[in-house]
Write a protein that binds this ligand. Structure first.
Ligand code: URA
Length: 459
């Protein structure tokens, strides 16, 4: 018997992959074991097991189920998918599948409850909430609060883990015992005042609240006592309500872009906002280079960031890498009005190397801060086909672990456009020293752009 202990989905995934490739059947693994991962473990065979996406998604969700028996179940299902039935997840009557579905449902329900019942209390400039989760859903659910309460600094404390949001980054730390949860009367009063101030009667759905709010959560929600009084004066307050806006939009491209999108602002207005953006330090150093091309283009190409020439001329893809791209488009006879060119990051990031400004890769933070602008361009233009040129654009817009070596030239599921693919960045082609290899990679690049153009012509 092999004893394995895991603390996270990622850890389970790695170990399960190892065991699967080492052909260790589920009956020989004890996932709740106290021992360490056996050093005697047979070496895994080479290869990558094919695991259906639906299983990975369900497993990631079920991994938040509180009881450790989930690891055992997940490995057994994984094994059975590989060795018995690739369509196993569709067999609803199967005992393992039904147990997995139960776990997924429970976790989803608990995550929903967290979204519905977490209430923040004001503590100085920060907001703090205490919540008792049934399952381990904090990590999964906290990004919802980061999106919803982006401008606030907040913490959600649970006995298992805690989440902290500083307006930019989400971090997780150890849990806080209930005895240390903020519960003194002064805070309670503060919280009630805060709740009375922000109470938006237009948003209250009384019936839904009564139906949804289990008694279990009442103890963490002091405002429940206030609601009848607040509702009594609701109509008057709806009329009086004034929106207070303490946010500096220039420093919050995420909020600014969202607001422009909501107002269905034209692209020119988004471009102006980008030129005034002060979201990161790059904005102080170089010009903003917004996208260029037709506002109704069916084909959009997204690069990494403007280079030296682009910064000087204020247009994307006008330097050496742009020449390669434009050559390819010209060879395919792509009409100018068919294409929109832009970048994942709107500023040239460079370092001083003697006389020249040398391109420096944008940092993950700079990429993340700038992403709402590229997304706003995509959502405004709504191209039929979106092409990410290079790994920076692909990781920013598609997924952070995107690998060109694995997924170049393939169609990728994405809500951003009907057809999405990624290919090399043209500047990569410029840097390949061996002429033969350069020609080979260039052919692949040309082929990918040709495919994208072809797809963009299809209705
Ligand atoms: N490289 C890019 O990614 N974008 C440009 O605009 C120029 C070079």
């Amino acid at each position: 018997m092999i004893f394995v202990q895991v603390a996270s989905f990622e850890e389970w995934r790695q170990k399960a992959r190892h065991l699967l490739l080492a052909r260790v059947p589920p009956a020989e693994v004890d996932w709740e074991g106290e021992g360490l991962f056996s050093e005697e473990l047979p070496a895994p065979e080479a290869g990558t097991p094919h695991v259906p996406k639906a299983f990975v998604e369900a497993a990631e969700c079920a991994a938040c189920f509180r009881e450790p028996r989930k690891w055992d179940l997940l490995y057994r299902i994984l094994w059975r998918i590989q060795h018995e039935n690739r369509q196993l997840l569709q067999v609803a009557s199967d005992e393992d599948v039904s147990a997995l579905r139960h776990m997924v449902d429970e976790v989803r329900r608990d995550s929903h409850k967290m979204k519905a019942f977490v209430r923040f209390r004001k503590l100085g400039d920060d907001y703090i909430a205490w919540h008792e989760q049934c399952h381990l859903v904090l990590e999964r659910t906290a990004p919802f609060f980061a999106r919803r309460f982006g401008p606030m600094r907040w913490a959600i404390l649970t006995p298992d883990r805690s989440a902290y949001w500083d307006g930019m980054d989400l971090r997780f730390g150890p849990g806080v015992p209930r005895s240390q949860a903020p519960s003194d009367d002064a805070m309670e009063e503060l919280w009630k005042t805060y709740y009375a101030n922000i109470f938006n009667p237009a948003r209250v759905k009384v019936a839904a609240m009564k139906a949804e709010m289990p008694v279990k959560y009442w103890k963490t929600m002091p405002e429940t006592a206030l609601i009848p009084g607040l509702l009594a004066g609701a109509e008057q307050r709806v009329r009086e309500m004034v929106q207070v806006e303490p946010i500096v939009l220039e420093e919050r491209p995420d909020l600014w872009a969202a607001r422009l999108l909501q107002a269905k602002a034209p692209l020119g207005e988004i471009a102006q906002a980008v030129s005034r953006c002060r979201g990161c330090e790059l904005c102080e150093k170089t010009h903003a280079v917004f996208g260029a091309g037709s506002h109704a283009a069916p084909l959009m190409l997204v690069g990494e960031q403007p280079g030296d020439q682009e910064d000087k001329q204020g247009k994307p893809f006008v330097g050496p890498a742009g020449q390669i791209l434009r050559q390819t488009l010209a060879a395919l006879r792509v009409p100018v009005e068919h294409v929109y060119l832009t970048n994942a990051v709107k500023h040239f990031h460079w370092e001083d190397k003697g006389k020249n400004r040398l391109h420096k890769r944008a940092s993950p933070t700079q990429i993340r801060i700038c992403r709402p602008w590229a997304e706003a361009e995509i959502q405004t233009i709504r191209p039929r086909v979106l092409v990410c040129l290079g790994v920076t654009a692909a990781q920013s817009l598609l997924r952070p672990d995107f690998r060109l070596t694995r997924q170049r030239g393939q169609l990728i599921e994405s809500p951003l456009a009907d057809k999405v693919l990624a290919t090399f960045h043209p500047s990569y082609l410029l840097r390949i020293p061996d002429p033969e290899e350069r020609a080979q990679q260039r052919a692949l690049f040309d082929q990918d752009i040709a495919l994208a153009y072809q797809l963009s012509l299809e209705a």
